[in-house]
Design a protein around this ligand. Structure first.
Ligand code: ATP
Length: 511
């Protein structure tokens, strides 16, 4: 039986031990919330990127990609609202000296109430068995109704205070709910303050004479300012999309939980430009497409849920998150936002340049509306890792650690092993590897017993291991072992490529 590792600590240590993720500049004791991807990590990360890029760009005739610079003209961030409004409300606990995002504290409080509702539903399921009607239960059970009302009231107050920038109101809400610091357990809070999340630096070498610029906090603005460049040179017609993968930087107040919240991270974003008035149709379209993209990986359907935003960002008229069940609970993995024409209009205003589209079918100019899909690559990495890392107890009572990564994402697709280091077996294994390496990322492994080698490959998620033995020299057959079933099969060397490809290739997976 497979047991999901629900412990973030296990994931962190596995990621380090097998070369997926190291703390950044570790020899200097690291830098908080900054991580380096190791030799395995970079492969997995590249494969996730490939899955996203091919699904979004290559498989859509009307979506193209760009790679914009991280540095942008400082007016970009005035136009986008980030200089004035990209703030988080922060609060400190005076006893633990820990800093929190006030809105996150409140959301976690809401989640606790939601868990009470879920518990009540489970109890109902047990009591009524097959006759259980969940809809009816949720609509009539007094405990559920009371807790639902509580959540509604809190959400309403949170939205009102945050929208109005009423920081005292946010503080009062935290006090009224009796929220305590998870570390010290005390309710001894400072006032709530705003904190801008952008990193600033200076362009030019002489401090004082130089201009203040920012490290981009999202990749989206590089797409907006290039909207017409791309449209004109590609001759794409609305609706069309522009996609980008790249680094983003945010001076997060609390950056913990491993690669879930970092100060330097990578985003995969797509802005889809549509006719004004058609944005809700496309918003629903992209919600459905994106959740399908996630579920196709087969990590588990019940690991995803939608969460509608209560407090909409300054640019949005509808927004939701796809949340994933990380080891620390359901958290945002991807955002889908209807950004209206806010960004393009703002850039028109500040730059003085027209950013309009001429729709030949309608015979008129307009500023397109935008639906954005925005996913954190690092969060996606953590999602894959946390859902795939398992400890299994085998029939003989021993345990194995296996990373059952979707094969198309696995860092290595196949390990080639000679049974022993003599009798010409290594040479034969190398010969096979030299043929396979043009098609797949392969690893050659001859050290330790076969059992140990198989365990090592299981731990890094290699879907197939090919063993070269004495029979290979006689009849050109090898055994191939499947990571998930641990079954071994004897096949002809000439059939290896086709068999492996069926299971691991991105092409097959996308089809
Ligand atoms: P959160 O509420 O968790 O701070 P957000 O709503 O600010 O996230 P968006 O601005 O919608 O996030 O960014 C889009 C995506 O970028 C998120 O869904 C997430 O996957 C990723 N992301 C945002 N901030 C970080 C971060 N600090 N570290 C890693 N990934 C991040």
């Amino acid at each position: 039986m497979a047991k999901n590792e629900d412990n973030l600590k296990d994931i962190v240590s596995h990621a380090k031990e097998y070369g997926f993720i190291f703390p950044s500049s570790e020899i200097y004791d690291g830098l908080s919330a900054t991580y380096d991807y190791g030799q395995m990590g970079v492969e997995l990360k590249n494969n996730i990127k490939e899955y996203w890029w091919k699904s979004m760009v290559q498989l859509h005739e009307n979506i193209v990609g760009i790679d914009a610079a991280i540095f942008m003209h400082p007016d970009t961030w005035k136009a986008s609202g980030h200089v004035d409004a990209f703030n988080d409300p922060l609060i400190d606990n005076k006893d633990s000296k820990k800093r929190y995002r006030a809105d996150v504290l409140i959301e976690e409080h809401i989640e606790k109430i939601q868990q009470k509702i879920d518990k009540e539903v489970k109890k109902g399921e047990k009591r009524f068995g097959e006759n259980f009607d969940k809809e009816q239960f949720l609509a009539t059970n007094p405990n559920v109704l009371r807790n639902k009302k509580k959540i509604e009231d809190i959400e309403k107050r949170m939205k009102e205070t945050l929208d109005a920038g009423d920081l005292e109101g946010v503080y009062n809400l935290i006090m009224d709910l009796g929220i305590a610091c998870p570390v010290s357990g005390s309710k001894n809070w400072t006032e709530v303050r705003q904190f801008n999340l952008m990193f600033a630096t200076e362009l030019g070498s002489v401090s004082g004479e130089s201009a203040k610029i920012y490290l981009r906090p999202e990749t989206a603005q590089g797409i907006f300012v290039n909207f017409l460049n791309v449209q004109k040179t590609s001759r794409l017609k609305v609706p069309f999309g522009i996609a980008q993968i790249g680094k983003a930087f945010r001076n997060e107040i609390i950056a913990r939980q491993f690669i879930f919240r970092m100060r330097e991270f990578e985003q995969m974003e797509m802005q889809f430009f549509v006719r004004p008035g058609e944005e809700m149709k496309w918003y629903e379209h992209w919600k459905e497409k994106r959740i399908k993209w996630h579920k196709k990986l087969g990590l588990g359907e019940d690991l995803y849920r939608f969460h509608d935003h209560i407090k909409l960002a300054h640019y949005a008229n509808a927004a939701c998150d796809i949340e994933f069940k990380f080891p620390m609970g359901f958290k945002e993995l991807e955002g889908i936002h209807s950004r209206t024409d806010f960004d393009l209009k703002q850039h028109e205003k500040l730059s003085g340049k027209k950013l309009q589209y001429f729709d030949s079918e309608l015979n008129k100019n307009y500023t397109p509306y935008v639906i954005e899909t925005s996913i954190g690559l690092d969060r996606m990495f953590l999602a894959v890792l946390s859902a795939s890392l398992k400890t299994e107890t085998l029939e003989n009572g021993t345990q194995r650690t296996v990373l059952s990564i979707p094969p198309a994402l696995a860092p290595y697709k196949v390990a080639v092993m000679p049974l022993t280091k003599k009798d010409g077996l290594p040479e034969k294994a190398r010969e096979i590897m030299n043929d396979l390496k043009y098609a797949f990322n392969c690893q050659y492994d001859e050290k330790d017993s076969p059992g140990k080698r198989y365990r090592r490959q299981d731990a890094i998620g290699t879907p197939y291991s090919v063993m070269v033995d004495h029979q290979t020299l006689e009849d050109n057959t090898v055994t191939i072992r499947d990571r998930d079933t641990m079954q071994q099969e004897r096949i002809k060397i000439e059939n290896l490529k086709e068999m492996i490809s069926k299971k691991v290739s991105m092409e097959e997976f996308l089809k």
